[in-house]
Ligand binder design. Structure first.
Ligand code: SF4
Length: 275
């Protein structure tokens, strides 16, 4: 089953669990009330676009072809045009606009392409969707792993593609819950007898674009911690506990800021945290 089909059923994911922990009111607005987003951020749309380009690159590589950089640029241009041209609901940050990101995206992909190691890993899957259950969570955990590879010793390498405004710290990579969830998913989907390495392939949107690969691993204790957190999140959701974390780093770019302000500043107690 593909991810869009899995999303039709009630579910949790690594990102929704992280969102609940960071601001459960944001979780409620988007995932329970399904309020329309007040805007779409340029970073979100641009990241989606880069992701699609990398997906096409690896789909070709899976059948032994390496797409030349100029075609990577062409794929990006057509994808970015399809995603963002003539949209008035995208909120551009800084001095960005459709055209500046069109140019910047090509530079970013050039940095990625030129630094991408010429490894000989075997590609096992691209956009591999998964669904499994955890103790204490009665609905499935779903997601999709961007890239699954295998090295010559049989070790599995799971990669998530990222675009980021800055480089990551070691702690951020080593503690990232999305990668932990991918390891749990891989073990539940036939790789439990393998060594597993986890990786972020990160296209860094600094003034001079950069590409960084970050490698990490997870222990069984890391898995256990996340499983416990997922159960706590479910407990909170099922009891209708939704708390605004209005000092969160997410507030600045929150697509539900207006709804949040109206709720927090409204005079009546409207049961938003008691449904
Ligand atoms: S503005 Fe901040 S507190 Fe309000 S929903 Fe968004 S992230 Fe949560």
């Amino acid at each position: 089953m593909v991810l869009s089909e899995l999303r039709q059923q009630p579910h949790l994911s690594a990102s929704s669990i992280g969102e609940y922990v960071e601001c459960s009111l944001l979780f409620k607005f988007g995932r329970i009330d399904r309020l329309p987003m007040e805007f779409k951020s340029d970073a979100l749309e641009f990241g989606t676009c880069i992701h699609r380009v990398l997906e096409q690159f690896y789909s070709a590589r899976m059948i032994g072809e390496k797409i030349l950089l100029k075609y990577v640029h062409e794929i990006f241009e057509s994808t970015w045009t399809a995603i963002a041209a003539d949209r008035d609901d995208i909120r551009y940050s800084n001095d960005n606009d459709f055209k500046s990101l069109l140019m910047y995206g090509k530079d970013l992909l050039t940095a990625w392409y030129n630094k991408l190691p010429d490894d000989q890993f075997t590609i096992l899957a691209i956009e591999e969707a998964f669904s499994f259950t955890l103790p204490g969570v009665p609905i499935p955990i779903i997601g999709a792993m961007d890239l699954i590879e295998e090295d010559s010793t049989g070790t599995i390498i799971i990669t998530d593609f990222k675009t980021s405004g800055r480089a990551y710290s070691k702690d951020e990579v080593d503690q990232n819950q999305q990668l932990t969830m991918y390891q749990i998913a891989a073990k539940r989907n036939g790789y439990d007898d393998r060594e597993i390495l986890l990786r972020f392939d990160t296209l860094v949107k600094t003034k001079t674009p950069k590409f960084e690969q970050y490698w990490t691993t997870r222990s069984e204790l890391d898995e256990r911690r996340l499983i416990k957190i997922a159960a706590q999140v479910w407990d909170g959701i099922s009891k209708g506990v939704f708390v605004a974390n209005d000092t969160s780093w997410k507030c600045k770019g929150c697509a539900y800021k207006q709804a949040c302000d109206e709720y927090l500043e409204g005079e009546e107690y409207d049961q938003a945290s008691n449904q």
